[in-house]
Design a protein around this ligand. Structure first.
Ligand SMILES: [Zn+2]
Length: 163
């Protein structure tokens, strides 16, 4: 085995997961790090669509911040429902029972969390890029990537909740 150097991707994900754990995503621009290895500062280091790199980084952070189905998550979902003018009619039991209306609301919350994450990464550093989920419109590969990530995040949070 032996140790090997962290790849830029591993470094970047670890850096942002630490930020998410500390609930400091909103101030991510102020946190010192090795910008040369950071894929948000320098996405050109990887042969991958920068939009997908950014979405992937955020997708790995959301379950760190909200690891399981609990009252806090439900409160966050209810807040999003309220903001979008939807009926706020989801309970912890609804989500645990995976009621379709609760899953729909959960999905909305995950999508909003990805969108907020993209906004926050756009001010990460002078060289970070500005994206929104709208940048996936009309791009089949980006759309299916985002859909896949939303599903992964939901599955991961649901699975961590046990039963
Ligand atoms: Zn950076």
């Amino acid at each position: 085995m032996g140790s090997r150097a962290e790849t830029p991707r591993e470094f970047t994900i670890r850096h942002f997961q630490e930020i998410a754990r500390a609930n400091r995503f909103a101030e991510n621009a102020t946190i010192p790090h090795d910008t040369a290895r950071c894929l948000v500062c320098h996405p050109e280091q990887e042969d991958m669509d920068p939009f997908m790199i950014y979405v992937d980084v955020i997708a790995r952070c959301i379950p760190v911040r909200r690891p399981q189905v609990d009252a806090e998550l439900v409160a966050a979902i209810r807040e999003d429902l309220q903001w979008s003018g939807e009926p706020v009619d989801i309970s912890l039991d609804d989500l645990r029972a995976q009621k379709p209306s609760a899953l729909k609301a959960f999905r909305l919350w995950v999508r909003n969390a990805l969108e907020t994450g993209l906004e926050l990464l756009s001010v990460h550093s002078p060289s970070s890029l500005t994206f929104s989920l709208d940048d996936a419109e009309g791009h089949g590969r980006r759309l299916s990537f985002v859909e896949g990530k939303i599903r992964e995040i939901m599955d991961q949070i649901m699975a961590a909740s046990g039963s």
